[in-house]
Design a protein. Sequence first.
Length: 317
Amino acid sequence: MAFKSTYNTSVTNEMRESLLDILRDASPNESNYFVSNLAKGPNATQTLHEWNIYHEGRATAVAVSVQGADTTYPEPQIEVRSTNFTAIVESPVAISRTKASIAMVTGEDALGKDKERALRRLKSKMEYAIINGAAAVGSSATAGQLCGILGSITSGVSNYPSGLQSFTEAILNDMVQTSWNAVGASYVASTLAAPVVIKRRVATFGTNLTRTIPASEKRLTQEVRVYDSDVGPTVTILAHKDVPIVASAGTGTPGAKAVLLNESLLELAFLVKSGEPHWEERAKTGDRENGTYITEFTLVNFDEQAAVYCSGFLTTT
């Protein structure tokens, strides 16, 4: 869905459902992949959003029963409660009376054009938070922050401390196997998000197991590369601008990072009533009109054990 080139500036209360659909279609590329493709889950009713997780391992031994024995009942397995904080993300617009009055060269409405650009900025900010958000408790003086995908993964984490490890076909298959070992076959991770240098590395794998799929299969503007892993799942390879590359003088393991995940286990939860992206007018100050696109949401990860997060890869092909 394309943006309209003009907005009716007298309408201050756009439909939030429609705006969320527009936001998902704005800049539909790999760099904003998760805002466009993750499911919208149930609303968050508090700034600390909670959900239940049930994870059951496979049997490693069997206690057989003798004939006529009474049935013994094991202790019930309790569901684990997981949480994440909501984060308020804004993309403000301030336009002077003069700019709003002057006709643009394109013939478009100046305020409408600025709002279009602000909506794209909002999507970019949301995407960055979904990947890199560091959990923080909000207060009257401190902004709350959601825990992003990278921070939510605690089980399948591997670091190559030197930052000199080349991303190889064997490493990709090892990542898939780590996920396969941890969860049921239907939940194995099948989407690899990484800097473009790693996508280029996958393209050099000396097998016939890499190919492209049409953009029409996802909300993307170009074809994406996929890899048929040894373990079974077909892995979609996404070049993502927000999956970080840490400089040698930076904080954390130097080099490029890569995360393998299952999209079906991730959702976005918006704060009830007012959390979905929407436009709010702000008080007029000086000789300008003010407003903002605003949203409050969090990330839900139903099973972090399905994901695998590795860092320390070479930043050259």
